[in-house]
Design a protein around this ligand. Structure first.
Ligand code: UT7
Length: 367
């Protein structure tokens, strides 16, 4: 405890005797810190959608549903489906990354790390990221998968950005890709109407311009697994004749509880990241929500106070491509994005997992 009456300077003589030196040291420390810690900028984005379409009218012939019900309850009108013997998630991911590299004018050998978010890996192992790296010739990259369902891209983006921020790597590719048609039961109207196949990818590179991935808030609650999961094919219930007969390798979803948790989770975390970063609705140029259900998207936008003109929505054309939705939105809107735009990415999915990422866009796309 400091004794009463004794001047503060006597406890810190060196510091307080030369306040100008201290001030200089502080400024210099701050400058060194900001100069030596780059942020991870998204410097390119690309996507891939397989050519085959499955429309609501096709689904009307497969299950007891209507185009009107699907459109009004979910917003989906059609989705892309990957068809073809031997084709999997890695094929879509590889196409997205090839487009990304061509756009940025760099070679696959320059990639340091490739992360793939997916719940539909080509195989349980090896990781789909390993296979994508092999298919594109990323011979100098190490690679791994992240499984966080519909929040997978945000988990992977946040993870990838850390390797850039530490200065360890210069080029990190983050892929979000899912072949949902491989785990959907096309006799179950509760799930088959929602999902589609697709992939998106972004390139992360260091910048000191103050753009890039500026913040993220990610959450998980495994107690939500009872409402959205795949019952068999894992270590708890390995594949058997019985599990196949019971169709337990398909997505199981109890829609209502997932819907309620998604509305609250995605809206709350989006509002939280705005508050944390002192962003008003006017400051936000774009909301990029996971495309699970138009009603969940609307609830999130309204909680943030963001008008529909600032919300990216392509669910009508692609359905829910799980880890693919957010990079596919960025790809679709890339030409409209301006350097310095404040963008909030938000997602909710199986796990439960959810989160939001604050990005300041790093480049203008030439017309
Ligand atoms: O991205 C990962 C996270 N997932 C999500 O965020 C999805 C969240 N959940 C949802 O989006 C919605 O719950 C669904 C789209 C899955 C379902 O919509 P809902 O408004 O929650 O419908 P519901 O399950 O409450 O069903 C309402 C009615 C039921 O009929 P009754 O009992 O009212 O007579 C269902 O049997 O609609 C019926 N129904 C359908 N009718 C026509 C359910 N599916 C269909 C269908 N076509 N495909």
């Amino acid at each position: 405890m400091r004794k009463q009456g004794r001047p503060l300077q006597s406890y810190f003589p060196t510091i307080l005797q030369s306040s100008s030196v201290v001030t200089f040291a502080r400024i210099s420390n701050r400058l060194t810190a900001s100069m030596s810690k780059p942020t991870a900028a998204i410097t390119a984005v690309h996507g891939y959608l397989p050519p085959d379409l499955l429309t609501n009218f096709d689904l009307e012939k497969m299950v007891d549903t209507t185009d009107e019900w699907i459109r009004t309850r979910t917003g989906v009108q059609e989705r892309h489906i990957l068809k073809g013997e031997g084709l999997g998630t890695s094929d879509m991911g590889a196409e997205a990354v090839k487009g990304l590299l061509a756009k940025r004018g760099i070679d696959a050998s320059e990639i340091d790390l490739l992360i793939c978010a997916t719940v539909t890996p080509d195989h349980v192992f090896p990781a789909t990221a390993n296979i994508i790296s092999d298919k594109i010739g990323a011979t100098n990259a190490w690679s791994y998968d992240i499984n966080a369902a519909c929040s997978g891209f945000l988990y992977a983006l946040t993870t990838g950005s850390q390797f850039i921020e530490t200065g360890k790597y210069k080029k990190v590719v983050v892929v979000g890709a899912d072949k949902m048609s491989s785990i959907i039961d096309y006799t179950d109207r509760a799930t088959c109407i929602i999902f589609g196949d697709g992939a998106g990818a972004v390139l992360l590179e260091p910048t000191e311009e103050g753009t890039g991935i500026l913040d993220s808030i990610l959450k998980s609650d495994g107690s939500g697994r009872q409402y959205l999961h795949q019952k068999a094919g894992g270590s708890v219930k390995p594949a058997s004749h019985e599990t196949v007969d019971k169709k337990e390798h398909f997505v199981f979803q109890d829609g209502q509880p997932v819907f309620k948790a998604a509305v609250k989770g995605m809206a709350d975390v989006s509002a939280e990241i705005m508050e944390k970063n002192h962003l008003s609705a006017d400051d936000v140029a774009w909301l990029v929500p996971h495309q699970a259900n138009l009603r969940i998207i609307d609830a999130t936008a309204s909680r943030m106070g963001v008008g529909p003109e600032k919300v990216m929505v392509n669910i009508q054309r692609y359905g829910n491509t799980t880890a693919g939705t957010i990079p596919l939105c960025l790809w679709d809107w890339e030409k409209q994005l301006k350097k310095g735009d404040n963008i909030i990415l938000a997602a909710f999915g199986g796990g439960f997992t959810w989160g939001a990422v604050y990005v300041k866009w790093a480049y203008n796309t030439p017309a």
